[in-house]
Design a protein around this ligand. Structure first.
Ligand code: AMP
Ligand code: GLY
Length: 447
């Protein structure tokens, strides 16, 4: 029998998950709460409007609409305990409970966790007192990294290159409005890699490693400007290295994943549960190919998910099967599997953002994307948009992504840039005042 699914969230990640899941032959309909203009425009996807912090109303909706599985997109509800609440009602929900989501919800917890379980990460110190933090930093070599303890939607991390900047960051992040603790850590250089695992309903030994991706975190070209949620993503360049090197990297990353899952399961052993949901391990790889963990997320990445969903679609893989593992699917890690089967393709994701993001920016202007012909390998995933009388209106800093899958890298990047340039931006709903200066995108995605 075909099934209804609910996806919680409104970003590009949730558009991509809902779109991919809606293509599964098992699925009747996907509801997204609250979704965006992109999900509103899809065929068998429907947006619903319930405040996502109102868990009781969400549960009532799930019960009334024959929903067999809820997938939680963003970290906020996970850290708040949405999975704990759904599980009390016997509802099937994909995501970790709040006790497991601490891996993302607290930087202090995650650093102590890595220390306790022998997981490689940068050296750090935690502080709750500004003066002590400033005095510690005054003798440290820069750059240095300062992180707020709790969730901060990508705004809680400052990579500081001077003492002055560090002192400002301490004042900004360590205060009653933001966070009671900060972590000050050693700066790591190298190449970042996002390794995302689907820790599915079959339990601990059936995690599926999704293709590695590279996220572009800073706002401007060549790592300049402030950190953002992510300005683009590509299939990771290391996926194209020699087989032996890939295999070694795969083993190193796998070791970290296993230690993490075993560690967090042990931490929660009284609950008699296991980690369930997506596990995102953000890694830094140095020039000698040594890896360290930068961060954990207990959800998929944004915009990595957009890149991954188009990749899975082009590889003919059913994402819902990976989550449910029914019947057990025979994939352990797509990075290794792909190498053996020589099925490589390349996916390029570019974010279109409102000028001013990640600080203040304008909302409420309009987009015309009609000149982009979407195909099996060219796809728009919306983020900060709503439909206003069938016109696409912006509501957020990251507006949408253009995603292109192609046989080779240059082709994917060229097609993605050619398409993002086709988008027309208007100040008014009648779409008469064109003003492309309201938006921007990074010009170096893929480099
Ligand atoms: P986090 O939320 O901890 O991943 O930090 C966000 C981003 O800040 C990372 O993806 C990196 O780009 C950067 N970052 C975080 N920690 C470090 C570090 N120790 N060294 C260098 N860059 C870092
Ligand atoms: N793109 C990074 C993240 O989702 O945390």
């Amino acid at each position: 029998m075909k099934q209804n699914i609910l996806v919680i969230g409104q970003g590009g990640r949730e558009h991509a998950i809902a779109w991919k899941v809606s293509k599964s032959p098992k699925v009747q309909k996907v509801f997204v709460c609250p979704g965006n203009a992109g999900t509103a425009l899809e065929n068998n996807i429907e947006n619903i409007y319930i405040d996502i912090s109102d868990t009781n109303s969400l549960i009532e909706f799930v019960q009334k609409n024959n929903i067999v599985l809820t997938i939680v997109g963003p970290e906020g509800p996970l850290v708040e305990g949405i999975v704990n609440k759904f599980s009390e009602y016997g509802l099937k929900v994909f995501g970790p409970t709040k006790e497991y989501a601490l891996l993302e919800g607290s930087k202090v917890f995650s650093k102590e966790f890595m220390e306790n379980y022998g997981i490689p990460t940068s050296k750090y110190k935690r502080f709750s007192n500004k003066d002590k933090a400033k005095s510690y930093i005054s003798s440290k070599k820069h750059p240095i990294v300062i992180k707020a303890d709790g969730l901060a939607a990508g705004k809680g991390v400052v990579v500081s290159s001077s003492l002055e900047e560090s002192n400002d960051a301490i004042d900004k992040l360590l205060n009653a409005d933001h966070s009671d603790f900060i972590v000050v850590e050693e700066f790591l250089s190298g190449q970042e890699l996002s390794a995302i695992y689907v820790c599915n309903f079959k339990g601990c030994t059936y995690e599926i490693g999704l293709p590695w991706t590279k996220d572009y975190k800073s706002r401007d070209e060549y790592n300049a400007g402030p950190n953002t949620g992510g300005m683009g993503a590509v299939s990771h360049p290391l996926c194209y290295e020699h087989k032996n090197e890939i295999y070694k990297l795969y083993l190193d990353i796998e070791k970290i994943m296993v230690k993490t899952i075993n560690g967090i399961n042990e931490y929660n052993k009284k609950s008699n549960t296991q980690y369930l949901g997506f596990l995102y391990i953000g890694l830094m790889i140095d020039s000698a190919n040594k890896i360290k963990v930068l961060e954990y997320n207990c959800r998929m990445g944004d915009p990595e998910t957009q890149n991954l969903m188009l990749t899975l679609e082009n590889k003919g893989l059913d994402f819902l099967d990976m989550i449910l593992n029914e019947p057990v699917i025979n994939i352990q890690d797509l990075n290794i599997q792909d190498f053996d089967q020589d099925k490589k393709g390349y996916c390029c994701t570019i974010v279109l953002a409102s000028k001013g993001y990640p600080e203040s920016y304008k909302k409420g202007f309009y987009l015309d994307t009609e000149d982009i012909i979407q195909t099996q390998n060219i796809k728009i995933f919306h983020a900060g948009t709503i439909l206003d009388d069938n016109k696409i209106c912006t509501t957020g800093g990251r507006i949408l992504t253009i995603n292109v899958y192609a046989k080779d890298k240059e082709q994917a990047i060229d097609i993605a840039y050619a398409n993002i340039k086709k988008i027309k931006i208007f100040e008014d709903k009648d779409m008469t005042i064109e003003n492309n200066s309201l938006v921007f995108f990074r010009e170096d995605i893929g480099s």
